[in-house]
Design a protein around this ligand. Sequence first.
Ligand SMILES: [Zn+2]
Length: 519
Amino acid sequence: MKKLFRVSFTLLLLTPAMFFAQDSDPVVDAIVKEANENSQLKPLAHELMDVVGPRLVGTPQMKTAGEWAVAKYESWGIPAEMENYGEWRGWERGITHIDMLEPRVQTLRGTQLAWNPGTSDKGITANLITFPKFKDSLDFVKWLPEVKGKFVLIEKQEPTGRPDYNWEEFATEESFAKMKEERQKLSDDFTANIRTTGYNSRTIIEALENAGAAGIVDSNWSRGFGVNKIFSARTKKIPTVDLELEDYTMLYRLVESGNNPKIKIVATSKELGAVPTFNTIAQIKGTEKPDEYVILSAHFDSWDGGTGATDNGTGTLVMMEAMRILKKVYPNPKRTILVGHWGSEEQGLNGSRAYVEDHPEVVKGVQAVFNQDNGTGRVVRMSGGGFLQSYDYLSNWLSAVPEDITQHIETSFPGTPARGGSDYASFQAAGAPAFSLSSLNWSYWDYTWHTNRDTYDKIIFDDVQNNAILTAVLAYMASEDPERASAEKIKMPINKRTGEQREWPTPRSPEREGMMKQE
Ligand SMILES: [Zn+2]
């Protein structure tokens, strides 16, 4: 299906009429000119990533980000507001400073994980402990008191900090195979050892806490040089930090060799009680059909190991820049153009699910939703999302986009609806034609997605600019289309495993009291 369409689309572009139509649209030309000659992407990226910083739900930075976006839209003459939909456990990151004091002094690279207890300004100084090999659960119970007053190294030891692509390039085949075997064995042995205790990798944390451990030292390697995934902690009484692989494995070796390393952790986070969660919404009112909506969509929140530059700073930049350009060159759209910067996508599409639940009148009037949320790369894939007639209107809208942008895009029709992944799924579940603008990955999964390396320097501005033009032109075309986009659904395919027909996903309610309940 993919390939077929690509061929037909290419043919479509080659017809003289299409060229004529493309060249002659002054709005499209003006969009391209404004994007190229007056790009605001770099100052926006600097303000959002460097000045505001990461945007974890429940943190003061998330609120600052909303206020920043509202002010930005208003400076462009676009009405905007922060729309509250619930609450979250408020938490503020403080200083994290981790130093090895014995057997020698070295500052370590790591960070406190979110939503867990901090330390005093003086920090906690303690020795470390790794898991011995347990014979059975009784053996674990006997060992457990030894963690009292110590930091526990909770993750397995990685045999190499080099990514596989580096091994593939330089290692002999034999030594690459040997490393992978060793890595697998270390991982299997570690998992089996935890299982022997009668706990799993989650529940064992509580046992360690209750036994008086001073803190948890984790390391969630992301299979690249110097890159770790940074999520939230599971401890309730003691701090958890994540150390980069290099430092984590050094400590591990020092413990195992009997050198008894001592480290000091300072992590001055604060609990802030319940704080409001919100979406940031801006709109350019439609002149002819104000109750029909073209929605630009990108989640605003992020994890906080880096500054959320590619997840989803870049999607945010695309939508903001597209809105700015549209307001300037297409200020009186036929349909309302609305942008949704959703909150708390990372914890389960909460902001967009809340918006869909709270605004049935908008969902009913959706002409199209365009969502971008997988990194900084230029858009290379679009799917019809399971909307039977999507080929007709999406390919028509795409035909107005300059060919230097569409030449990278593979389309598939009619596609199937998403079951999650990003906020377009919330709209698809409600039956609204919603589409993902899917990016070239630029090492997204290993290097930037939810990592300590998701920062400004990873942004590829040419690709983000490409996406802003694409989004602005699609929004313009969807707004101007004389026809309402069909939301007719495909007949869902048969599940090969069960033999039953799959069902269209159904809307789900958001978490409106995030992390507020005591478990
Ligand atoms: Zn994301």
